[in-house]
Design a protein around this ligand. Structure first.
Ligand code: BES
Ligand code: MN
Ligand code: ZN
Length: 500
């Protein structure tokens, strides 16, 4: 996939020396006293900024954007409202920079500069701001144009973003981190957006293999025959209704001593979920290409860890298959034997994610990992639980849960914990097998899904993250672009960079 991504650099330079199409300056509400570099720029451009503000054309409200045309070396001075100074936070910063990046791009700007200190109310480190500005503008500028054939040459891109600083600090580390993470988010989006006739299990597995090779990662791919031989009965059950054969991908990264236990990330990779014999009716069958979001996030997280040389050992396990309706499909009432030997009665073939994860989780548990994190578009019920705003998660271990919560605050990916109380196990009891795959009551959808998975992780500290809703965005707002979101990539990277 050919991609034109902007590159970001930090530069210490006087504002009146900046030669760019646009300069972005932040203002807090009712804080318009110009000082320092901004005042100098204003003086040298016939008070263009101060007179604009004096005329009450700009209030500094959060979300407000005003463009002042100038005939000087900076063609446009863009005033960005940041709202009340006391209420300022990273959400406001990232939404502002992402939204304005998009706006400038769509107006034909190819490069722009940002005046860093105008985005600091004094409560933040410049390093953090540089990282957030870089990540949010690169995420906001994402576009999926792979399948557009008309007017390709008219597609607008930004190729350079310059962060203007007033200190001698070096921001290379922050820009590198943010660029690698943005790249991981955007590549995840690319693959999740890719249609299911193209992105088959084999296609994704081949991609994972190439990615592993490029980054010197160990990678093993099991095909259908090998998956059968390993007795992954639940995974095979789901996969057997499709002509696009399953793949089981395992990638390993060693950034720490060999003796150190790995962290395992398991990602659900259903490349299309028709529901199987419990066929999804229209319109619920639409967009079920996004059911591979967990797998693609995991694959790009391990790549990003390798690129950043994080001092951890990591394995990524992704079961890849389609859930299709066919004469050979698995059925309601079938009993499948999982990789760990447990028998599972199928009550709904559309609850397939937990089945393929059951085998992948037991596989991951065998390597005695320090922790297991699974990322899965597991339920539509996640929509009822937290809507598009936050991702529900459940954890078997308090320390691990705490790590996720801290990473959530830092990454700005909102998550919320739900309980894994034993009472929920009741509704998964089967009359004929060890367990059944749904609760026919339809109660507590997200929790029941996790309660099912709990049977397959042994004693490993484990967290289940249900991105059923947050994998996809219907709106183009801030860092979100309509379509795949790359959910959990930022969250996982924040957790892993701080892992100890
Ligand atoms: N992939 C779906 C979950 C999903 C549904 C994600 C809609 C995003 C939007 C999953 O395989 C599924 O179908 N889950 C069922 C479970 C039910 C049968 C217990 C669901 O949520 O309806
Ligand atoms: Mn399903
Ligand atoms: Zn599914």
């Amino acid at each position: 996939m050919e991609k034109i991504a902007a590159s970001v650099k930090a530069l210490k330079i006087e504002l009146n020396k900046v030669k760019d199409n646009a300069l972005l300056v932040g203002f807090f509400k009712n804080k318009f006293t110009l000082s320092g570099e901004i005042k100098k720029l204003d003086n040298e451009s016939s008070n263009i900024i101060s007179s604009y503000i004096k005329n009450n054309k700009f209030k500094g409200e959060n979300g407000e954007v005003k463009n002042i045309y100038s005939n000087k070396s900076i063609k446009n001075i863009v005033l960005a409202g940041l709202g009340e100074e006391e209420k300022y936070n990273f959400d406001i910063l990232t939404n502002t920079t992402a939204d304005i990046s998009k706006k400038l791009r769509d107006n034909g700007t190819e490069s722009f500069s940002i005046f860093l200190s105008s985005f600091n109310n004094g409560n933040f480190k410049d390093e953090e701001l540089v990282e957030k500005i870089t990540l949010s503008s690169l995420m906001g500028l994402y576009k999926f144009t792979e399948y557009k054939t008309k007017d390709k040459d008219k597609i607008e891109y930004i190729n350079q973003i310059t962060i203007i600083t007033d200190s001698d600090k070096n921001f290379d580390k922050e820009i590198k981190y943010a660029s690698v993470v943005a790249d991981a988010v955007n590549k995840t989006r690319d693959f999740v957006n890719t249609p299911p006739n193209i992105a088959t299990p084999q296609y994704v597995a081949n991609y994972a293999k190439e990615l592993a090779k490029k980054n010197n990662l160990k990678c093993t791919i099991f095909d259908e025959k090998q998956i059968k031989k390993m007795n992954m009965g639940c995974f095979i059950g789901v996969a057997q209704g499709s002509i696009n054969k399953p793949r089981f991908v395992v990638i390993g990264y060693n950034g720490s001593e060999k003796s150190k236990k790995p962290i395992a990330i398991v990602g659900k990779g259903v490349t299309f979920d028709s529901g199987g014999l419990n066929l999804k009716p229209y319109p619920y069958i639409l967009n079920m290409k996004d059911d591979k979001g967990g797998a693609l996030a995991s694959i790009h997280v391990i790549e990003a860890c390798a690129k950043l040389k994080l001092p951890i050992n990591l394995i990524v396990v992704t079961p890849l298959c389609e859930n299709m309706i066919d004469a050979s499909s698995f059925r309601p009432d079938d009993v499948l034997t999982a990789y760990n030997g447990m028998t599972v009665e199928i009550k709904n073939t559309d609850a397939e994610g937990r089945l393929i994860l059951a085998d992948a989780l037991s596989y991951a548990a065998k390597s005695k990992p320090e922790a297991i994190i699974d990322i899965a578009t597991l339920t539509g019920a996640s929509m009822v639980t937290l809507g598009y705003v936050a991702t529900p998660f459940l954890a078997s271990d308090e320390k691990l849960s705490e790590k996720i919560k801290i990473a959530s605050k830092k990454s700005l990916e909102k998550v919320w914990e739900l309980p894994l109380w034993p009472e929920f196990e009741e509704n998964l009891k089967s009359d004929v097998a060890d367990i059944k795959n749904i609760s026919e009551e339809g109660d507590a959808g997200v929790i029941i899904g996790a309660t099912f998975l709990k049977n397959f992780v042994n004693d490993a500290p484990w967290v289940h993250i249900d991105i059923g809703t947050t994998v996809w965005s219907k709106v183009d707002k801030g860092v979100l672009v309509k379509g795949a979101t790359g959910a959990t990539v930022r969250l996982m990277m924040e957790m892993l960079r701080e892992w100890r």
